[in-house]
Design a protein around this ligand. Structure first.
Ligand SMILES: [Cu+2]
Length: 149
């Protein structure tokens, strides 16, 4: 029967899409480590405002205390959004300290150390939509369109 044939095709397509998603096409959340070292934030060999860190929505930044007396507070110093998203607490020099924040929204997010903001211990992370988001949504749209015919 033709009707059964169509149903079968739809199911096969749906299964193929699920397989595609579980094969890793949809990006997994990642953790990016920024070090607090000396009097700077350091990532990938660059410090403070020279850091070029772009992550996907859902990814986490993990700040690790390597040396010095620091804390991490969101926002550029003096901005209205300062200390509204995250704050690692009072400054510490304990090198077992780490602080993590998962970014759920896109945008440019500044952060700084309250001890050393005056000497430029300020940086930012750029959060962009996860590439998997579009891929994951496309098959759903395709299936809905086909079902209407
Ligand atoms: Cu500091």
């Amino acid at each position: 029967m033709k009707q059964n044939g169509k149903q079968h095709t739809k199911r096969t397509m749906a299964l193929a899409m699920i397989a595609l998603a579980s094969a890793g096409v949809v990006t997994q959340a990642e953790i990016f480590v920024v070090e607090l070292d000396g009097r700077s934030f350091v990532y990938d060999g660059l410090a403070d405002m020279d850091i070029d860190l772009t992550i996907n929505v859902g990814d986490t930044v993990r700040w690790e205390w390597i040396s010095g007396f620091h804390n991490v507070v969101n926002g550029f110093p003096g901005d209205p959004d300062e200390d509204t998203l995250f704050n690692s607490g009072p400054p510490t020099s304990d090198t077992s300290t780490f602080f993590e924040y998962a970014f759920d929204d896109e945008g440019v997010f500044g952060y700084h150390c309250e001890v050393h903001e005056g000497i430029g211990m300020i940086s930012f992370v750029t959060v962009v939509p996860a590439p998997g988001t579009m891929l994951a949504m496309a098959p759903v749209g395709l299936m809905l369109t086909r079902r209407r015919r």
